[in-house]
Design a protein around this ligand. Structure first.
Ligand code: GLY
Length: 335
């Protein structure tokens, strides 16, 4: 299945089992290609992509969020300069969100813009970060504060690459898919609720989530309004993630974060899904620490925050509230 994302520029996202073996005919690799991957991704994926290039180079960063920084950015750029990459060459990310965000940002900056392709190999990056053009690195403890909107030229999603991912990572990634369902598509939410064969259903779930994200980013690429819906569960979730010192995965924190900003039957259905997929429903970060972390979040402006609220699965409301009102939600009260 090909999903066309009509942003400016527009691009195709191919979702198909086994499509990695077609990469040479889907991407234009007839030039110098920098394949950026991380130490946790099976090496053969990057090697395969590089083998299809006219001149393939593989750059491996250590696995984990700590690599998404300006030091990695500088090392990759220096490598590309040393190997005389021109603006006509390209970068391919092979890995999760860290690889994609870093490779995208490098591509946006190298010689003011070089073509960028993405091959997400984790569920979370397949359903969310691989499309929409958000690229960034972290700085001084702030997530994604240095970055650019820069669209890939194409995205290739091969669900077979998920076979090497452990169950905890898959379930954490699934949270970003049921985020799309909880806010925008009750059928997708139900598909995840009812699934008894996650591996068999995963392609439909990825396609369902991408179709929602596509519609959102086409209408609001730069997050002036509607795109904020994709932050459902993230305001509290990011704070939990930092407060728990990265002991919980991003998706796990977002899942817990959703419980604070949903109500009634919607909240119970989200809680049941967390349970079904053995995802945490609570954390140990103190309220005051969460409040401080939310104040530092880049989504907070002048001590006000846009919060996405869900009272019924498949619909949402975005409300701008004083940060102090987040305390009510943290205490389990409603606004
Ligand atoms: N992951 C949220 C967004 O792309 O806007």
């Amino acid at each position: 299945m090909i999903i066309r994302v009509e942003t400016n520029p527009a691009y195709d996202v191919l979702v198909e089992r086994g499509s990695l073996s077609e990469v040479g005919s889907i991407f234009n690799l007839n030039r110098k290609v920098l394949v950026l991957t991380d130490s946790g991704v099976p090496a053969e994926y990057a090697q395969y992509v590089a083998s299809k290039a006219k001149e393939g180079h593989i750059f491996i960063i250590p696995q984990g969020e700590a690599s998404k920084n300006l030091d990695s950015f500088k090392s990759v750029i220096a490598y590309m300069l040393d190997h005389e990459f021109s603006r006509k060459d390209c970068v391919v990310a092979v890995g999760g969100g860290v690889c994609g965000d870093l490779a995208g940002f490098i591509s946006a900056c190298y010689m003011r813009g070089i073509e960028f392709y993405n091959i997400p190999t984790t569920l979370i990056s397949m359903v969310d970060s691989s499309i929409g053009g958000k690229t960034a690195v972290d700085l001084e403890g702030y997530k994604n504060v240095v970055g650019a909107f820069y669209q890939p030229s194409a995205v290739l999603i091969d669900p077979n690459t998920l076979k090497t991912l452990d169950e905890r990572q898959i379930h954490a990634g699934l949270v970003e898919a049921f985020k799309m369902g909880a806010t925008c598509d009750k059928d997708l939410f139900e598909l995840i609720e009812k699934s008894n064969d996650l591996e068999g259903d995963i392609e439909s779930i990825i396609i369902g989530a991408l179709n929602i994200k596509k519609r959102v980013v086409e209408q609001d690429t730069k997050e002036a309004g509607l795109r904020k819906v994709l932050n459902f569960g993230h305001t509290v979730g990011h704070a939990i993630e930092s407060g728990a010192n990265l002991t919980l995965l991003h998706g796990e924190c977002v899942g817990i974060g959703m419980l604070y900003v949903s109500k009634g039957d919607a909240k119970e259905r989200i809680r049941s899904l967390l349970k079904k997929y053995s995802l945490p429903q609570s954390h140990k970060v103190e309220e005051e620490a969460l409040m401080e972390l939310m104040a530092r979040d880049k989504k907070t402006s002048n001590r006000n925050v846009d919060v996405v609220l869900v009272e019924e699965i498949g619909s949402f409301e975005i409300r701008n509230i004083p940060l102090e009102d987040m305390r009510k939600l943290l205490k389990g009260e409603w606004l």
